[in-house]
Design a protein around this ligand. Sequence first.
Ligand code: DQA
Length: 143
Amino acid sequence: PKILILNGPNLNLLGQRQPEIYGSETLDDVAAACAETGSELGLETEFGQSNHEGEIVDRIQQARGTCEGIIINAGAYTHTSVAILDALNAFEGRVIELHISNVHAREPFRHHSYIAARADGVIAGCGTMGYTLALRRMAGWVL
Ligand code: DQA
C-alpha cells in the first residue's frame, strides 16, 4: 500500500521558520524519517510539498486510485481552503490531518480546520514526530 504525505505552504522553510514553534528539523529530515519508517512498516511512501493551493489539489486528485492514504499538513490552507476539502472528499482512502504545532493553543483563526470534517484522524502538537506517528496509524488501517 502507498501513502501520500503532502505538505502545504511555508513547510519548505521548516527548520528555519519560527523554530520555537516548529522545531529545528528540516523538511528533508522529515522526508527521510518518513521513508525509513515507511519501509520498516511495509508501506510505500511519496513525500511532497507545495506552496500552491491548486497544486495541492492536483496531488490529491492524483492519489485517487493509486494511494490508500493521505497524511496532509496543509499549513495555513487548513484554515481557508474549501478546494482542498473538496479534493479530499473525492479521495476514497484514509486521511490524517497533521499539524506540527498545537493549533488549538494558538491564535483563534487556527482553531478551525476545513479539512477536519474529512479526516479519519487528526494529529497536532506532537512536533515533527507526528509524521511517523501518522504513518504507524496508517499501517494499522491499510495493511
Ligand atoms: C501548521 C499550523 C498552521 O496553522 C500553520 O499555518 C502552518 C503549519 C503546523 O504544522 O503546525 O503553516 O499546519
